[in-house]
Design a protein. Sequence first.
Length: 265
Amino acid sequence: MSITLESNQEPSVQTESADLDGLRSKLIHLYDHNAPRYDNDRSITESLHFYFDHAHRAVNALIGPTSKDTLHVDMPVGTGRFLFFLREQGRDHRMIGIDISKGMLEVAAQNSRQCGHDIEFSQGDAFSLPFADNSVDVLTSLRMFHLFPHCYWPGLLDEMYRVLKPGGTLITELRNAARGTACQLLVPGFRKRRKQHPHVFVNPLSIKPLFRRWENMHMQGVGLDALSKIHRIAPILAKGVDTLQRTTFVRYFSKTLIIRATKPF
């Protein structure tokens, strides 16, 4: 089945404002500027590399079975690392990466060609996705919500809900406020940064109301501090700790919370 990208000039979610337009412009400028060195900047430490690998594996498991007819949209796709990871894991379904930054998309497309991956890329806005209603099977959105104030989150989720098919799967990632509080107490300068960017973190207890329209909501943690060190010293123990952060209260101490939810039929 073929899905055609639409121009979608008119936003389907009424979130337009001067503040949002200004934020869009800042994000485009920031990521266009950083695109050439973006991956290198995020691979400077072993723990950060471990975190990204761990998060990608967790999301891959949550996606579940797919077929070649599955349409999977990843947004924001950035430089494409997550979709490349899925291809390397043997996923052969149709993948489309959406990003507001032309610079990031150019890097992603170049890397995709060099690796021989069959992935489509298109510039688009999270509040006005270039897809018809009920057309997408899987939508992943990693490392995006923290870029927007909380007041815009319902609009983002509404747009994702619009494009997903009934029974379609959304997987997204939110920064954990519980860990943010711990960092505020232990890391110099973190308190000031948190005050400047209060929307970066979300209280785990406030997540469920955001997904009241959705079904089968599942939440698990990723990025428990020191897990990379434990993995290096005692891999078997690290596997047990990972299970705890996926299935128990330990998730509330993780760096991020991964949410999977289903659009009801």
